[in-house]
Design a protein around this ligand. Structure first.
Ligand code: WTA
Length: 686
């Protein structure tokens, strides 16, 4: 393990040459505050301002007892926090717990007949399935019995899931958790090859998948990907013992891809043998891994972020209760995909630990039209809504007036995953939230398990474009590139770190402990020999600034910053300015090498449907950027594109645009949702 002095300044994979400037200019104007509605405050789970005192840094680590006490323990832990081997922190040591018991069994006394999961199929004429806690208990037990007795799985084994957004996905995860089997769910939109890499890295014994699922009105053949995943992983040395295939329509196989004798198992058939079976939850050590989540990193091998059972579950339960404000009677809908960390923490484990009703929606938000989410909200009585800026922009683009047509009421809304432009935030607030919902802008990462920064919804004012202060128990610090702390509230940008460990943080990168240390802890470690957690701040890899009011603004990954003539411009500031032009619906900035200024920003924009691309619009965009930010940010060029290259999860691939702008090869684009746009954009640019 590289813990010698020289590793402190080693280039980690998140750093680039761009990160060496200390003086940074940020030009996103400060916005006015919005107050949380009194009706929200009156019913909030957390309205006691004393919470910040309770979670002050000198109360670390004892303050986190409150988190653990939201859970049922078979054996209560003895040591809250063990720092003997930094930065491999251990939480709730000595405790015994089962995550499935906490999300299912313990709710049966009070909530047996309450809906746990509302499964909403994409075809609108197909009925919503309301899975009660009782039914969830039965289905999880029967599937756990199958995994244990038919597949021979035991505690500590790894299983790869490549499941779409159906009720069987949380059922499969919870069945694994019941047995202490480590699940690794791969986003269903990923290719078979990407799935193979994860089977291989995690050394999974099984692949669990589904025959088919709906996406934009088409029943996709998903089993086909399992064959590729199996073959590629096997060729590299990891041969899964079986492929378990759930049927999208039980009793009917919906894929044209043939089954392989002896390897492929139709779950819905084999489950019949386990009718009525019950499996005692395994009493796991608090620190036993619950799951792996491979991070969607755009460079390097995927990293298997390993999350612990006790610490993770306590963290997502607490943040779901107090930041998401989930009460058992709420209907909660997080429109993320369970294939990402957001779905693990805030569709499955957090809400179910609190006995909420959680919505699992199979399809795309704008299918068949941009009114779909609001019809679902109206039909199910959803009152807490959670989604990403990308989805908000898409819904705003194709149906700005749709929300008003439906009779739903949100008390609380979340945005997550990227900075949200103030313009887009205001549409979310006014149109989607009808001016009545509180909004939290939650900043966190796959690695962190749950939220790091957010307003506490009943206690803080909201400020569009800023994530808010840290949540109780989290103490951020911003360092410049020389390792100096920036003064609190300085408004200067630097690299955001967290001073203290917290229970939701990942334990390590699966099979790569050195990479874990180097990527997240080496750069700002004060003394590699130290056993004191204070010497080991966690480096998030994001640029950020803290305004005078203590609200943080996240500027994006530290490699998403354009350094123009020594001034670092957050790409988001420029993009936000471009979005002020009424015809523009999406904007992406990439740095282009420039002889004089080092880098200049090049701006890609896409327009509202039906709007003609003209030089006049390009000029308007450029002028708006200059007038909002200053000449320093003037785009080198404004390229109007038919669509942005996007990942399957909807993130704009700036890396691809940057390659095109810089005359480089964009590399492998086959995993994009729309690889065909790459050629068209290249032609436009050259
Ligand atoms: C970015 C998603 C601004 C950030 C939960 C982070 C955000 C990366 C926000 C993690 C936010 C996440 N405002 N940026 N509210 N939330 N990010 O691992 O750059 O998919 O490092 O986790 O998304 O992405 P990940």
């Amino acid at each position: 393990m590289s813990r010698n002095k020289s590793s402190r300044h080693a280039i980690t994979e998140q750093q680039t040459a761009d990160v060496s400037e200390a003086q940074i200019a940020v030009h996103w104007p400060e916005e006015d505050y919005f107050l949380p509605p009194p009706s929200f405050v009156a019913q909030a789970n957390l309205a006691d301002p004393g919470v910040f005192e309770r979670f002050s840094l000198d109360r670390f680590p004892e303050c986190f007892k409150e988190f653990a006490d939201l859970l049922d323990w078979y054996r209560y832990w003895e040591t809250m926090f063990d720092a003997s081997n930094p930065p491999f922190w251990r939480w709730f040591v000595g405790g015994r717990i089962n995550a499935c018991h906490n999300c299912v069994d313990r709710h049966l006394t009070r909530y047996r007949n309450k809906t746990a999961i509302h499964f909403v199929p994409e075809p609108e004429d197909e009925r919503v399935q309301h899975v009660t806690y009782q039914e969830l208990f039965i289905r999880v037990n029967e599937f756990a019995a199958l995994l244990r007795d038919f597949c021979g799985l035991k505690t500590g084994d790894r299983v790869t899931l490549h499941m779409p957004m159906v009720a069987e996905l949380p059922i499969s995860m919870l069945a694994c958790a019941r047995l202490g089997v480590i699940h690794s769910q791969v986003f269903s939109g990923f290719s078979g090859a990407a799935c193979a890499d994860r089977i291989l890295d995690s050394e999974s014994r099984l692949l669990i998948t589904m025959d088919a699922y709906y996406r934009s009105g088409k029943l996709l053949d998903h089993k086909e990907k399992a064959d590729t995943a199996y073959a590629e992983a096997a060729a590299k040395g990891q041969r899964a013992e079986k492929i378990l295939i759930w049927q999208r329509y039980p009793g009917r196989y919906s894929s044209p891809t043939k089954l392989v004798e002896g390897r492929d198992v139709i779950v819905n058939d084999t489950l019949k043998e386990f009718h009525g079976k019950r499996v005692e939850p395994v009493q796991m050590p608090a620190e036993a891994p619950l799951f792996l989540m491979y991070s969607s990193g755009t460079t390097g091998r995927p990293k298997g972020c390993q999350h612990a059972t006790g610490g993770y579950l306590a963290y997502v339960a607490w943040t779901s209760k107090y930041i998401q404000d989930i009460h058992p009677e709420d209907v909660y809908w997080c429109m993320a995909d369970i294939g990402w960390i957001t779905g693990h923490s805030y569709i499955v484990y957090g809400p179910l630990a609190l006995a909420a009703s959680t919505v699992v929606y199979e399809g795309v938000p704008v299918y068949p039209d941009a009114g779909r989410p609001w019809r679902i909200a109206e039909d199910l009585g959803v009152n807490i809504f959670h989604t990403s800026p990308t989805a908000i922009r898409a819904l705003r683009r194709s149906g700005p007036d749709e929300p008003a047509k439906y009779n739903y009421r949100f008390k609380h809304m979340t945005t997550v995953g990227e900075p949200i432009e103030p313009e887009v935030w205001k549409w979310y607030h006014q149109s989607v939230g009808k001016g009545e919902a509180v909004i939290v802008d939650t900043w966190w990462q796959t690695e962190t398990g749950g939220f790091l920064c957010s307003t506490v919804p009943a206690l803080h004012k909201m400020k569009p474009g800023s994530t808010g202060p840290a949540i109780p128990g989290i103490h951020p610090v911003i360092y410049d590139d020389n390792g100096q702390e920036l003064a609190r509230g300085s408004g200067k940008a630097g690299n955001i770190c967290i001073r203290n460990p917290w229970p939701g943080a990942f334990q390590t990168i699966w099979k790569a402990p050195e990479r874990y240390v180097n990527t997240y802890y080496s750069r700002y470690c004060k003394n590699p020999e130290s056993k004191d957690w204070r010497d080991w701040p966690y480096m998030a890899g994001d640029g950020a600034l803290e305004a005078a009011d203590g609200y943080f603004r996240i500027l994006g990954r530290i490699d998403d910053v354009v350094n123009v003539a020594g001034h670092r411009l957050g790409t988001k500031e420029i993009e936000s300015a471009a979005l002020l032009v009424p015809d523009v619906v999406e904007a992406a900035v990439v740095p282009v090498a420039d002889e004089i200024k080092g880098k200049v920003p090049e701006l890609y924009v896409s327009l509202k449907p039906g709007v003609e691309s003209t030089p006049e619009i390009a000029r308007q965009v450029s002028d708006t950027v200059v007038s909002r930010i200053g000449a320093i940010a003037k785009p080198h060029r404004v390229v109007i594109v038919p669509d942005m290259p996007k990942t399957r999860s909807g993130k704009i691939m700036r890396r691809v645009l940057a390659a095109i702008s810089n005359g480089q090869d964009p590399g492998d684009v086959s995993t994009l949702a729309n690889p065909e746009v790459v050629d068209r954009i290249t032609q436009l640019v050259r």
